[in-house]
Design a protein around this ligand. Sequence first.
Ligand SMILES: [Zn+2]
Length: 444
Amino acid sequence: MSHADDRPYWDAKLETQSRQDWDRLKLALLKQHLAHAYARSPYYRSAFDAAKAHPDQINTLDDIRRFPFIDKRVLRDRQFAVPPFGDLTAVPERDIVYISASSGSTGVPTASPFTARDFDDWIDYEARQFWSSGMRPHDRYAHSLNMSLFIGGPCVLGAQKLGALSIHAGTLPSERLLGILKQFQATVIWTTPSYAWYLGETAVKEGYDLRKDLSVKRIFVAGEPGGSIPETRTRIEDLWGAAVYDYYGLSDIFGSCAGMCEEKDGLHWAEDHILIEVLDQVTGLPVKPGERGEMVLTTLKKSARPMVRFRTGDIVSYNPAPCKCGRTALRLDGIHGRLDDMLIIKGVNLFPSDVEAVARQDHELTGEYRLIVDRVNHLDRLTVEVEKVRGYNGHDHDLAHRFVRKLKSVTGVSADVIVLPPDTLPRATHKAKRVEDRRTGVWG
Ligand SMILES: [Zn+2]
């Protein structure tokens, strides 16, 4: 397939089809995929039987709710029981050509297998997504994600398929990466939001003029909520003089499952590959557009290891309205955080990303922050450490007061705020650790 640079879509027919056509397509794929899982995966056969659910019962997309959930623990346990890939796998090993592995927080990686066709589907999807974010064959793309087992690596092939010059940079020390960006005048990079910020700050400290010495026009980010927090995105954009696009990926399925188009108004979902449910954490029922819930995913094509109702632990909200870009795939408004990261402060749910939005809004703060939660006299106490910018010559308590008021109005949570000098908080390289929970026994 060849694509002229001025074509707006990678696959116009698919990307701009009506919502009814999307639903028809998804339903047809879902029936086939569940039948494949049931016929070929010992795990799914017994799990569906136990739940008295059968692929023949799928008449509408809502019928997915008859089927049982899986989660990270199931993946780990089944992989341990039936090494090396687990019995959710639905093809013989000779058909598997690639595995990615997810790091998780508990040590042993879980492997996500791909057949050759799964892999090609994925790379074509990446090309489609990159195209929607404005990447074109004339671009020079420096892939700055970890290239090893982890799922970000092969996404670079999507840029190659699209026709862009692709530089497999990986995770290099910042000074070397900046050298490469300069030498080859890369126009697009992909990294985490924390690292985009860190790399930009490092460049400035090293004497680069980001607008003159480098040519980066687009930065794709993933791996943390920051890319969907407008305040964070704007600050990275101002620092670099480049547009920032948020992406969402999941090691257990696909490199990226959703990404921002040039409108940057939500992340278009890969609806022809993955069925998304957003469920209320208490009732388990689907939430309305705009409301927050846990994202539960079912693959529609990935044949090596189908994923049926995988609970991601990610809290999202979505928007099914058509986008200004003409694409009709539903959009995630954002990834608000992970259930694991959610803090409950005096009964109020708080995500670090909510605090980040406030910290990045105030231009007399550097935007770095850290949350410390402890318990005093049996009550939760939240302390937020922030940094003032270099050259700020007002009073620290004015900054602190402003922050406390804003945070309270946005989140309903009261906090103590400590204003620190610039460059005091540890800078994140790839994923920032921003929460210190000193309460004991909170999570049992
Ligand atoms: Zn769009």
